[in-house]
Ligand binder design. Structure first.
Ligand SMILES: NC(=O)c1ccc[n+]([C@@H]2O[C@H](COP(=O)([O-])OP(=O)(O)OC[C@H]3O[C@@H](n4cnc5c(N)ncnc54)[C@H](O)[C@@H]3O)[C@@H](O)[C@H]2O)c1
Length: 251
């Protein structure tokens, strides 16, 4: 029996990187995956890849910062499936610069996607998750929620807020049978950090912060998400799981 057989799973930011990896592994484990991304073409491509490998998927273009669009997405899922078993709040953006040069625009943009997007999806999905009877929300924070990293102040602040929000949601949603957990990845090879790790000097520095001495892959994170989404994690809520090659264990 596959671990997510018969489940409906919504993955935001699933058009690339970690979200794409999560969508693929969830589909392989039997879930019907709702591949949602602001980039409609990328969402369509990932859904098509899944269907081509005999999985079940549908794509939706959505900007998670836009409440009206998020409501519309949940309505479409409700009409088609009547429930949502798994929500992965994965859509996220970064901004690297010295704090004293951080613009209001950059500050607002990162908060809007990383925190407001998570808030809107988790709130608007509530009724569908409740209808599941065993709903699971997985929020993507970062090892940077707990650690200083040079030039990453706004990103770290948003990811710390995601972690705090997840704890509150876990307690508020528990009476409705909905679990809420958080993943804290370290450096994962995706477009988000691709520009930096393409520079051998920077890559060497980042690897030096990672005890396992390799970058994570989207599959590393997706495997942890699969565990949290599955019945194997039925008694786990309010937890934060580092998937970071040991980075969080260092100073
Ligand atoms: N890559 C890393 O090293 C790393 C480390 C820790 C945490 N994370 C977190 O993991 C998540 C995924 O990161 P990634 O590395 O795969 O990034 P990525 O840039 O490869 O992919 C992010 C996806 O989110 C989509 N997206 C952006 N804004 C959106 C919006 N407003 N609405 C809907 N979709 C939107 C993008 O189109 C893209 O497909 C993020 O929350 C990120 O902060 C990543």
């Amino acid at each position: 029996m596959r671990r997510l057989e018969g489940r409906i799973a919504l993955v935001t930011g699933a058009g690339a990187g970690i979200g794409r990896g999560v969508a693929q592994i969830f589909a392989r484990e039997g879930a019907h995956v709702v591949v949602a991304d602001i980039d409609a073409g990328a969402a369509g491509q990932v859904a098509a890849e899944i269907v081509k490998s005999n999985g079940a998927a549908e794509e939706h273009a959505v900007d998670v910062t836009d409440t009206a669009q998020v409501k519309k997405l949940m309505q479409a899922i409700g009409e088609r499936h009547g429930k949502l078993d798994v929500l992965v709040n994965n859509a996220g953006v970064g901004e690297r610069c010295d704090f004293r040069h951080l613009t209001d625009e950059a500050w607002d943009r990162v908060w809007k996607v990383n925190l407001d997007g998570t808030v809107r999806c988790a709130r608007e999905a509530f009724e569908l998750l409740r209808a599941s009877g065993r709903g699971s929300v997985i929020n993507l924070s970062s090892v940077m929620a707990d650690k200083h990293t040079r030039q990453m102040a706004v990103y770290s602040a948003t990811k710390g807020a995601v972690l705090a929000l997840s704890r509150s949601l876990a307690v508020e949603y528990a009476p409705y049978g909905i679990r809420v957990n958080t993943l804290l990845p370290g450096y994962v090879e995706t477009a988000l950090i691709g520009r930096y790790i393409a520079n051998p000097m920077i890559a060497k520095g980042l690897l030096a912060q990672t005890p396992l001495r390799r970058f994570g892959t989207p599959e590393d994170i997706a495997n942890a998400a699969l565990f949290l989404a599955s019945d194997e994690a039925a008694y786990i809520t309010g937890a934060a799981l580092n998937v970071d090659g040991g980075m969080g264990a260092t100073l």
